[in-house]
Ligand binder design. Structure first.
Ligand SMILES: [Zn+2]
Length: 172
């Protein structure tokens, strides 16, 4: 096997990169313990609603595929986006509909490590046939290094760095 397939960090061959996933949207991580107790919060593996005193925020779990340059591999991110009430209800209503293909607007609701997010990134959220998680695509005209990397790809070295950073933070 040629050395281009060998991980520059651990020396092993990663045929399938592990997905880098967030268990919750950032809004949940930002709540105090007190707020987590008093607000009505619903979270499972695909849906999250947080009822604040003055509004309700709605999030769904999605997939982002980060292209890797000169490779057929992608780095998969398990992320959350916020949806409007109407789109959230539509997604929930069609969750078990295997032929539901549509497009929503969403805001990225996790901060990927290695980037600074001053503003949330607007996303196209494409639902897929066959009950797969929706895939997200940042709006091309949003000027941000993350959007640039998404469309131009990151290097294999950068992908390996990100994977090992997450793996080393994951409790075994
Ligand atoms: Zn490795």
């Amino acid at each position: 096997m040629s050395s281009e397939f060998t991980c520059g960090i651990c020396g092993e061959i990663h045929d399938d990169y592990p997905a880098l996933t967030f268990a919750y949207p950032n809004s949940y991580y930002w709540l105090t313990e007190e707020e987590k107790r008093i607000y009505n919060i619903q979270i499972d593996s695909d849906f999250c609603t947080i009822e604040y005193p003055e509004r309700v925020d709605r999030f769904i779990r999605v997939l982002l595929k980060q292209k890797i340059q000169k490779s057929r591999l992608y780095l998969d991110y398990g992320l959350w986006v916020s949806l409007s009430e109407e789109n959230y209800e539509n997604y929930a209503d069609n969750f078990n509909n295997t032929n539901h293909e549509t497009l929503y607007f969403g805001w990225l609701s996790n901060a990927l490590p290695d980037y600074q997010f001053e503003k949330s990134v607007p996303m196209d959220v494409k639902t897929k046939k066959g009950n797969q998680r929706p895939e997200i695509y940042p709006h091309l005209d949003f000027d941000h290094p993350f959007v640039h990397d998404f469309y131009h790809g990151i290097t294999k070295e950068e992908a390996e760095k990100r994977i090992h950073k997450i793996l080393s933070n994951t409790p075994k």
